[in-house]
Write a protein that binds this ligand. Structure first.
Ligand code: ZN
Length: 184
């Protein structure tokens, strides 16, 4: 059972939850109530009037857009008639935090694996019988320089551009092909 679902299952007509605005600006949330647009308004976080706390109907927990505002950290639940709501909220908050941390960790791993001279083009040179797996230093001027990594940049003379007949940004698109060379 997803924790998110359990928050939504604790929505009860007639019960209230107290929700605080965490945003530095006024937050307005509009939802449909019997077909009518019903606006809820919170004053900015730490408003001197206390208008950043608003007591709302707990049926809002069923509203996906409202739960999204909780997930994004715009709003938070600070009190509820039903203590189960507070428990579910605490569990939900740590689940979201764990998800965020896992995503940040994954993003960090990906960026660590990117070579520094990443350009999106793989080096054309050979490493033994395979194509070099390094990325080319620069692919900005693909029609002036063959895409090669820093280790193979000195082999540029081995490649020659062949125009494809297409134009990119007004420049002829080229394919770099290896010049046939005899054994040295
Ligand atoms: Zn290379």
């Amino acid at each position: 059972m997803s924790v998110n679902k359990s928050l939504d299952r604790l929505a009860r007509e007639g019960e209230t939850i107290t929700v605080r605005n965490l945003s530095d600006t006024i937050t307005v949330f509009v939802y449909k109530n019997n077909g009518e647009d019903e606006p809820l308004e919170w004053e900015a976080h730490e408003s001197p009037t206390g208008g950043d706390y608003v007591e709302i109907d707990s049926t809002l927990l069923k509203n996906a857009k409202f739960r999204k505002a909780l997930q994004r950290g715009i709003l938070e639940i600070v009190d509820a008639d039903d203590p189960d709501v507070l428990d579910a909220w605490a569990a939900q908050k740590s689940a979201w935090q764990a998800q965020r941390q896992a995503k940040e960790e994954a993003d960090r791993m990906v960026s660590m694996q990117q070579p520094r001279a990443y350009s999106g083009n793989q080096c054309l040179s050979q490493e033994g019988r395979l194509q070099c797996t390094e990325f080319a230093i620069s692919s900005k001027n693909t029609n002036e320089k063959p895409p090669l990594c820093s280790k193979h940049a000195h082999l540029a003379h081995q490649f020659t551009p062949e125009e494809t007949g297409k134009f990119i940004d007004g420049k002829p698109e080229v394919n770099w092909v290896r010049v046939k060379m005899g054994r040295i």
